[in-house]
Design a protein around this ligand. Structure first.
Ligand code: ACO
Length: 324
């Protein structure tokens, strides 16, 4: 038995933050941001709008697309690094908002790679008998962004994407996923404060430790190398050639990373789905947001081979192949 995606959904906040507005906040320029990242604008959640709100809206849409009701769900997974609070899991709040009383619920923390990790767990749960798993990638990156740091504040955006995963006896769905991590490189991307190592305090806030710190250049090089390797691993295990890939849906961190990965793999850019120009880097939400957009605008069609790949803090990375 395989698991397949039965329905998709997404939600982005209405508020748009343009590069021109960022020019007024830090020393940067629209040209620099577009040329170095490919980002034109990003969405920002309303003040006080929590991750669970974004996640619930995306989840509800995915359920409707799958023609299932909340009571059909066996499990809800929310991939996020910006959950409502340390306790309880944001997925439990989503379970309550949806009224999915039968569903188990927990969060998955693998930063930008979180959706791929959560999808892998959903796939395994379905193979052991579950009928419907809701997998959501949801982030309010704006709350862990230091809006005075031009190295990071131009990059991130808020949003949520969701898929419902269920069983199939056909040879479609999730064909293979390969996941990796290297905690030795944890310092490359981190939010150092606010957890048990540096608990919340005035000192922590003054030193801006609850905000994202990233060694951008190092991240860039590792992201290109690891995503290429993970994709090659998935192609080898599924015995599929790069020419047989119909669509590539990578984590949306930087257009130059996506171009470099595509070039190394021999995958033309017209097969790559891009949303970072309008949404920025939405971390765990970027892949399900892109999947939902591609489904809704008809870019993903039945029978297609869809490749996904992600990279993020941890460090974590991986790739997967879905036969639609
Ligand atoms: N505007 C203007 N200048 C800037 C800005 C800005 N917003 N940000 C940095 N600069 C400057 C730097 O200070 C530096 O100046 P200097 O040469 O005088 O020191 C110069 O631009 C070049 O800086 P680099 O860091 O070398 O620029 P780079 O081309 O590498 O682009 C970027 C930086 C966009 C961050 C890129 O490295 C990148 O996208 N990295 C990958 C990010 C990523 O993949 N993240 C994914 C994980 S995120 C997660 O897991 C939550």
């Amino acid at each position: 038995m395989n698991s397949q995606i039965l329905g998709t959904g997404s939600y982005v906040p209405d508020q748009v933050l343009t590069n021109a507005e960022l020019e007024r906040m830090v020393e940067t320029s629209d040209v620099w941001i577009r040329e170095r990242t490919g980002i034109r604008e990003r969405r920002i959640a309303k003040s006080g709008q929590p991750c669970s709100d974004l996640a619930t809206r995306a989840g509800r849409q995915a359920l409707a697309a799958a023609k299932l009701s909340a009571s059909d769900l066996d499990l809800i997974l929310v991939a996020t690094c910006t959950g409502d609070s340390p306790l309880p899991a944001t997925a439990c709040l989503v379970q309550h908002h949806l009224g999915a009383t039968r569903a188990a619920a927990c969060d998955v923390g693998a930063a930008c790679c979180g959706f791929l990790y959560a999808l892998t767990i959903a796939d395994a749960y379905v193979r052991t008998g579950a009928r419907a798993v809701l997998v959501i990638g949801a982030e309010v990156m704006s709350v862990i962004t230091d809006w005075t740091d031009r190295n990071t504040c131009v990059l991130f955006g808020d949003g949520a994407g969701a898929v419902v995963v269920g069983p199939t006896n056909d040879d479609v769905g999730i064909q293979a996923v390969r996941l990796h991590a290297n905690g030795q490189l944890a310092h490359v991307i981190e939010v150092p404060g606010g957890g048990s190592r540096y608990p919340a305090s005035e000192h922590i806030i003054q030193n801006k430790l609850p905000y994202i710190k990233m060694r951008g250049n190092e991240t860039f090089k590792i992201a290109v190398k690891t995503m290429e390797e993970a994709v090659r691993e998935v192609l080898a295990v599924t015995n599929v050639s790069i020419e047989q890939i119909d669509l590539f849906i990578p984590h949306q961190a930087n257009i130059r990373i996506l171009q470099a990965v595509g070039q190394r793999l021999g995958l033309p850019m017209n097969k790559t789905v891009i949303n970072l120009d309008r949404l920025g880097n939405t971390s765990a939400a970027s892949i399900p947001l892109a999947i939902d957009e591609a489904v809704r605008n008809g870019r993903i069609r039945k029978g297609m081979r869809v490749l996904i790949a992600a990279f993020g803090a941890g460090l974590t990375w991986g790739a997967g192949l879905i036969r639609w």
